[in-house]
Design a protein around this ligand. Structure first.
Ligand SMILES: *[C@@H]1O[C@H](CO)[C@@H](O)[C@H](O)[C@H]1NC(C)=O
Ligand SMILES: *[C@@H]1O[C@H](CO)[C@@H](O)[C@H](O)[C@H]1NC(C)=O
Ligand SMILES: *[C@@H]1O[C@H](CO)[C@@H](O)[C@H](O)[C@H]1NC(C)=O
Ligand SMILES: *[C@@H]1O[C@H](CO)[C@@H](O)[C@H](O)[C@H]1NC(C)=O
Ligand SMILES: *[C@@H]1O[C@H](CO)[C@@H](O)[C@H](O)[C@H]1NC(C)=O
Length: 299
């Protein structure tokens, strides 16, 4: 009797031992995290050494609010769409259909030059520049005084002027041709001045801005139905082959920075790190391997 019950006890222990083994650090994604209800996953990360180096020092979780920090300032991240590789951002100084924020408090959108090709507003995102001075680069160098202002995927100033926010200010000149003065509002795409210039409200000498985007070619009734915010796409080429191989062996994708500020893809395995994947023989002596697989210096 005694004998049998100890065997039964042992049989009961085996599954719990297996559970412990399978939840050991080797299967623990040490990089995935949450900020509020937004999940942070590759290529993004909140921890140093996690995610893709192109997105390092970018996201911060402050009191459960996810913030994105770039050259032009900080923006709240409302959503990360991993399937469409896009982020939806909010700028508290962004004008909407209900309020127009002037006084150059808005950020616009400028990304550090080295990061510009990995993170930029989508082509469907319209920037509606408000109260730009006549001396603004926006209005210089255009033949026969035609302005660069246009509609971006159906979003433009003619419609925006119908918003209640304009009631108190009231556009005085809504033309497309420079008449008595510059238009109150001018809509441009993010690439109007080149991706590295971005939308720099100081440089453009504008008082404020709005930003709106369309997700699908839906029938939209008017500017009160636009989505206000900044829709940003992220793209990471080349390295995700490495990451897929790493994840296929239950690793977590990360990177290492050496003393020369060079980045190396690193597969974070519970038992150690690897420059390849978590298959046992490559998870060893990373220091000697690190010199082999160097990423191009992204500075
Ligand atoms: C995974 O790692 C985190 C952070 O190190 C730790 O808090 C957690 O307990 C681990 N989970 C498992 C199942 O090992
Ligand atoms: C997170 O919560 C907010 C407010 O509770 C909600 O509006 C939003 O849709 C949620 N986002 C996600 C990704 O679940
Ligand atoms: C915006 O332009 C101003 C004036 O040219 C410049 O001083 C500033 O650094 C620019 N801001 C960013 C974020 O690039
Ligand atoms: C933008 O669209 C509006 C409404 O469809 C139209 O009236 C206007 O002429 C368009 N403006 C430009 C610059 O194409
Ligand atoms: C693996 O890499 C991560 C991120 O760079 C680092 O924090 C960790 O200490 C490394 N682990 C080992 C065992 O080298």
């Amino acid at each position: 009797m005694h004998h049998i019950s100890s065997i039964n006890l042992f049989a009961l222990l085996i599954p719990s031992l297996l559970v412990q083994v399978s939840s050991s650090p080797s299967h623990n994604n040490t990089c995935r995290s949450y900020c509020g209800n937004i999940s942070i996953d590759y290529p993004f990360a909140l921890k140093y050494g996690c995610g893709h180096p192109n997105y390092r020092d970018l996201l911060y979780c402050i009191n459960n609010v996810l913030m994105l920090h770039i050259a032009s300032g900080s923006y709240q991240v409302l959503n990360i769409d991993y399937a469409f590789q896009a982020l939806t951002l909010h700028d508290p100084h962004l004008s909407t259909c209900n309020s127009i924020v002037l006084g150059s408090r808005g950020n616009g959108f400028v990304v550090e030059p080295w990061r510009a090709s990995y993170l930029s507003p989508t082509p469907e995102n319209a920037f509606l520049l408000i109260g730009c001075s006549a001396k603004s680069p926006l209005f210089q160098g255009h033949p026969s005084k035609n302005l660069p202002c246009r509609n971006i995927s159906g979003l433009g100033c003619e419609d925006y002027y119908r918003c209640p926010a304009w009631g108190s200010i009231g556009p005085t000149d809504v033309g497309l041709v420079f008449g008595s003065g510059p238009p109150e509002c001018c809509a441009v795409g993010f690439d109007e001045f080149g991706p590295s210039q971005g939308i720099n409200l100081t440089k453009l000498d504008c008082q404020g801005y709005s930003s709106a985007y369309t997700l699908a070619p839906l029938k939209i009734d008017g500017p009160h139905e636009w989505s206000y915010g900044i829709r940003v796409k992220y793209s990471f080429q080349g390295h995700d082959t490495f990451c897929k191989a790493c994840e296929a062996t239950r690793g977590t994708c990360g990177y290492n920075v050496d003393d020369d500020n060079e980045f190396t893809d690193l597969c974070l395995c519970g038992t150690g790190n690897s420059t390849l994947n978590c298959d046992s023989d490559s998870v060893s002596n990373i220091d000697s391997l690190i010199t082999v697989v160097k990423l191009s210096n992204i500075y």
